[in-house]
Design a protein around this ligand. Structure first.
Ligand code: ADP
Length: 491
């Protein structure tokens, strides 16, 4: 593994030094133990089992959460089914919208507390939970609240009816935001919900359950239950679930797709990715370098649309790689609660060992590995920003999703070559194009088999914009009008 040889020419020898600026966590309110949120009440699990959720930056326990078994799932589905047919479908659409607006406003009021909880439960830097996750979660509730009484305009010339009960399963990388992506359109369209957060990041979903109580939503309209894969499978396979919305790994997505085959359940799947970020010689290089950093290193690479493959046109490859290394050495890795931190903790021990084994595979296959010289705390789960050069299209590091701060760099000569290489993956979630020429940006993006392509920027989200994948990255779209469609029957 190469250490820093290429950064000897750093224009600055030392990092900018910032005094620690930790966000205070004194005011957050968390219970020591959380039950399941079913039919408007926190209810002890039939299983009588609880598991701990820990802070990945300190390895300390934060709270225990209930493990829902099939009987608990059945209670939640029954509550949702009754609420859908007897209450939620009976009230006016404008009234439904009011409830969703209320959730949005309470989310905004509690934004600071929610950001801190997101950061201690998941390991992501406070800057990201504060500036991205929580505001965007509130924005999605606001956006879909607006559609609740305008569904006839959303789909002109057509009438809509709700699907029924939605089973929603979300991952650990954007816990509250993923909950918002799923719950807000479902409610706006008149459906009721059972949501299961990931087992390593359940806390903001449980805080959302408290917010839903505070917003006085009719009991059973939103049920939030915790547990691991078996709980998720019980939701997917429950006969009274009418629609499944899943975000997570491609492997689990395939299991879900198989178990839904032959049923009349609707589904959307948002799965893995291996996005290509493409830099042409005519790009604004400093801006592109910043975009690559944003695309793969912020949030520890824990983003399904992370720009984990970099393609640089040959003429600027040396410059880009040198600048990238320089910039990486200035990134601050450490306490996620510190407002200066760029890269926080890896979400779990399991995820850390997955990153390590994929990096080892990359080295074994002959890839040249470079890592930042930064120091990381001794306790907790951390991974230094890592670059790979000398990799082939067939390398494990180029083909497999890593979900960590690891970037595989390849060079190219022509546009045709890079399109071919960028599309040579089983995934197709996202991509990035960096060029000075607008027409080129459009031409290249239209040839990339990816659901989202950013031009001269990366990882930008908005509730009005649809998101979703091609190929093994998934089925269906979330966000915008497209995100309402999976929750309505059109006739
Ligand atoms: P990741 O690899 O990102 O952790 P997973 O696909 O394993 O993603 O998990 C995403 C979500 O899916 C989590 O909430 C997890 O508990 C849930 N899950 C895992 N296995 C299953 C399954 N077989 N059926 C339904 N949900 C599952």
């Amino acid at each position: 593994m190469k250490k820093n040889s290429a950064t000897k020419d750093l224009q600055f020898d030392t990092k900018w030094k910032y005094a620690p600026a930790p966000e205070s966590a004194d005011h957050i309110q968390l219970k020591d133990r959380y039950d399941l949120f079913i039919n408007g009440k926190f209810t002890a699990p039939t299983s009588k089992k609880y598991f701990d959720t820990i802070n990945p930056a300190t390895e300390k326990r934060i709270a225990s959460v209930a493990e829902a078994n099939a009987a608990d799932v059945d209670k939640a589905v029954t509550a949702a089914k009754n609420a859908q047919s007897k209450v939620w479908s009976k009230i006016s659409a404008a009234e439904r919208g009011k409830y969703i607006y209320r959730i949005a406003r309470i989310l905004q009021e509690k934004a600071r507390e929610l950001s801190i909880i997101e950061t201690i439960d998941g390991g992501k830097p406070i800057r990201e939970s504060r500036d991205i996750d929580i505001p965007l979660a509130a924005a999605h509730f606001f956006y879909y609240a607006g559609w609740a009484d305008k569904l006839d305009y959303a789909f002109p010339g057509m009438k809509t009816s709700p699907i029924g009960v939605a089973g929603q399963i979300i991952p650990w990388n954007f816990p509250l935001l993923m909950a918002a992506w799923k719950i807000a359109p479902a409610l706006a369209a008149g459906n009721t919900v059972i949501l299961k957060p990931a087992e390593t990041t359940p806390l903001t979903a449980l805080k959302l359950a408290e917010i839903i109580q505070e917003a006085d939503l009719p009991p059973g309209v939103v049920n939030i239950i915790t547990g691991a894969g078996a709980t998720g499978a019980a939701i997917v396979n429950h006969p009274n679930i009418n629609k499944v919305a899943f975000t997570g790994s491609t492997d689990v997505g395939k299991i879900i797709q198989k178990s839904l085959a032959g049923t009349d359940k609707r589904y959307t799947l948002e799965l893995g990715g291996k996005a290509a970020n493409i830099i042409f010689e005519d790009a604004a290089i400093n801006q592109a370098v910043e975009g690559i950093i944003n695309g793969i290193f912020f949030n520890q690479g824990h983003v399904c649309c992370a720009g984990s493959r970099l393609f640089v046109q040959e003429g600027v490859a040396n410059e880009v790689i040198r600048k990238l290394k320089q910039r990486i050495e200035t990134l601050i890795v450490g306490d996620p609660l510190d407002k200066n931190t760029d890269i926080g903790a890896i979400n779990s021990k399991v995820q850390l060992s997955k990153i390590k084994s994929l990096v080892q595979a990359g080295i074994k296959e002959g890839g040249e590995c470079w890592q930042s010289e930064c120091t990381v705390p001794s306790k907790g789960y951390w991974y230094k920003p890592t670059l790979f050069t000398n990799v082939a299209q067939s390398s494990t590091i180029v083909q497999e999703e890593i979900f960590g701060p690891v970037l595989a760099i390849q060079t190219f000569r022509t546009a045709e070559e890079v399109i071919e290489k960028a599309n040579n993956t089983p995934y197709g979630l996202s991509g990035g194009v960096w060029t000075d020429k607008g027409a080129k940006a459009f031409k290249i993006s239209s040839k990339l088999n990816a659901g989202v392509v950013w031009a001269n920027t990366y990882n930008k989200f908005d509730p009005t914009s649809p998101f979703g994948g091609f190929k093994e990255s998934g089925v269906g779209r979330e966000g915008g009008l497209h995100g309402l469609m999976p929750y309505v029957n059109l006739f």
